[in-house]
Design a protein around this ligand. Sequence first.
Ligand code: ADP
Length: 357
Amino acid sequence: MDSLQQKFEQVFNSIKLDDAGKTLLASDLIYSCLVNEDFTKITLILPESSSLRKTLPGQIESGLKALDEINRVAVEILSEPPAEEQGPPSQTSRPVQQPKRTAYLQNYDAVIAVASGKGGVGKSTVSVNLAIALSKMGYKVSLFDADIYGPSLPIMTGLRGERPLIENNRLIPIEAYGLHTMSIGNLVEEDASMIWRGPMVHQAIEQLLRDTEWPGGDFMILDLPPGTGDAQLTISQLCEVSGAVIVSTPQDVALLDAVKAVHMFTKVDISILGIVENMSMFVCPHCQKETPIFSTHGAEATSKKMNVPFLGGIPIDLAIRQGGDEGKPVMATDVSHVATESFKNIALNVIKSLEAL
Ligand code: ADP
């Protein structure tokens, strides 16, 4: 029986590049070929002027999808090999590498997934403010809104209604507060229904990862949809996530879901960087009295119980809500606000957790 490598080679050998019958396998156009379960990503090096850019992706996709082992195919086209590489590896003789979760976002030092067990606990608020806190420390940070069902980053970053530029068929991330961002909310009408089923969520996330010209840098912050479903699995299959930050409010119901989220990431081999307790405490702006509206310290206790780091608490505060709604995150606009200290502290703890991995 043919090995997967042989099957790939047969497909590449069946694709003719010119009238003389030169095949894709015999060419040096294939830069890399990664396989992860039923997913494969082929990277080609083709000059921008090449007419093969139009025809090859379709041929490769249909050829590989015909294999029993492969259901999903991504074809990436680069004009030249990535700068950090010393010449193309010799894939033509060995097209199938060991399965790796490095298909996308390889140009970031750390990819951090921000997740929550349930919606409305402040996951996007934490994603945006954490990203800005890291950027203010001098790191190069990108922010990807993988919350396909309810993309809120365009509103929170003041990019509502903005559309990304498209260059050479690639989406150019939109910049806000020093971050490079991309969200499906910047591509579809705001009221477009996003009641999508699993495979469509997978496709949408993958397309945004693949077709965006991510600049690379120190951190990629991924704002995941709430829950423990398809998007989390997709991300774990498509890129090497350094670790997950779980956001929860302090009530028992939210914490139960946070515990589920921790278990889910552990199952797909993604480390937990820690738990953030959002809306920990209400501090009265007049008398500074602290009121634990949603109870308090629950997330800290849960972190201890689960043996994962506690990354810090964030007060419930009008400025955080207003900053989110108005597209002016408190971390960027109000340096003296008490919440900015919380976000800075959480950013430092995230770095500590990454270093401890
Ligand atoms: P999620 O991403 O978990 O659905 P969001 O970040 O969108 O949650 O937050 C839900 C709502 O709660 C938003 O209106 C946001 O501005 C508000 N919010 C989040 N955290 C706080 C906080 N600490 N204080 C006040 N409002 C907050």
